[in-house]
Design a protein around this ligand. Structure first.
Ligand SMILES: [Zn+2]
Length: 340
């Protein structure tokens, strides 16, 4: 086991699994429910994955669910994880984005309410929490999901998304097009690494329109939304006194959401995700379509110094599958703590 605090430099650990060095908590309110919640990230062993654990009334673990594309129960204005008993955690996408963005493979996300706290509307507080805890590198190779062919979903409203092969790690390209000139058409593309995610994406906040507030409230959404956690747009201007953090903060937040929603693949992706006028529903639809096609992806273990192993379209490694690893020299995403 090797241990590296965020920012530590190393050249050897970028394909090993990670967890946290210690538990760490953040507290706030849910942007939709308005309910207070404390979210605690706990270290977990190799191959554990990201598991959400909901505490019951007595403060004991009540239900657990693996963060997986099949656990999505709703995508209206937020990504909701749940099971046959119902929703377990709403608005899971921002903490998932921070965990995937920083390359945390194994963690228990414990939550004492129905919705993850929105904090400032971005992933910044979850990033800060991981920084406080520190990252532990585990002696187990990380597996990646390599996209082998393009999977595309197009909708009648003009939204479309696709996952496609990409030779240089994980990339997200997003485009949005709003009638308000303040936003208009924005596009953003990024090769996602721990460093680029932290610097360019993690601070981009949720946004919403004042004109939608009454409708959202009557439907039970946005009850906790405020200038503290949402960029609010009205009459073609940002209402928040502090203004925007980036001129294109809106599309950067779409990238943040996509990284979080695609974390539900269960392993880091090697591929490019392209989203046009997308949202949580589209992200989920594209990832579901990919995972449903066993010829569209394979699980790869690009561990250095030995022949990579791969399995086409399966989460377990059956016997007799011929090894066909990544091309030599492929740069996998530098998710590990070794990259700052
Ligand atoms: Zn979001």
């Amino acid at each position: 086991m090797t241990v590296a605090k965020p920012g530590a430099k190393s050249t050897t650990a970028t394909t090993l699994q990670t967890t946290l060095l210690a538990p760490v908590s953040v507290s706030g309110i849910g942007v939709h429910s308005g309910l207070p919640a404390t979210l605690t990230l706990h270290p977990a062993p190799a191959h554990h994955g990201i598991v959400f654990s909901r505490l019951g009334r007595a403060g004991e673990p009540d239900r657990e669910i693996l963060a997986d594309v099949r656990a999505v129960t709703a995508t209206d204005f937020a990504t909701v994880l749940g099971d046959a008993k119902g929703p377990l955690c709403s608005t899971a996408e921002h903490v998932l984005s921070a965990l995937r963005g920083l390359g945390i493979d194994n963690v228990v996300v414990e939550i004492d309410g129905p919705e993850a706290p929105i904090m400032d509307g971005s992933a910044a507080d979850f990033i800060a929490a991981v920084d406080r805890a520190g990252i532990r590198t585990l002696e187990a190779p990380r597996k990646y999901i390599e996209v082998l062919k393009t999977i595309r979903v197009a909708r009648k409203d003009g939204a479309s998304g696709e996952l496609a092969p990409y030779a240089r790690g994980f990339r997200v390209e997003a485009e949005i097009d709003f009638s308000e000139p303040l936003i208009g058409r924005q596009s953003y593309a990024l090769d996602v690494t721990a460093d680029s995610f932290r610097r360019e994406i993690s601070r981009a906040r949720t946004f919403g329109f004042m004109r939608d507030v009454a409708r959202l409230w009557s439907a039970g959404y946005a009850l906790g939304a405020s200038f503290d956690n949402t960029l609010v747009i009205s009459d073609n201007r940002v209402m928040n006194p502090e203004g925007v953090r980036f001129a294109d903060e809106f599309v950067r937040h779409k990238v943040l959401d996509a990284v979080g929603d695609l974390a539900l693949a269960g392993a880091p992706l090697l591929g490019v995700y392209r989203s046009v006028r997308g949202g949580h529903g589209l992200n989920h639809a594209v990832l579901s379509a990919l995972m449903a096609d066993p010829t569209a992806w394979r699980l790869v273990d690009p561990a250095p110094a030995r022949r990579p192993r791969s399995v086409v379209g399966a989460m377990v490694e059956p016997l007799g599958v011929p090894a066909s690893g990544l091309p030599a020299g492929l740069a996998v995403p530098a998710y590990g703590p070794s990259v700052s």
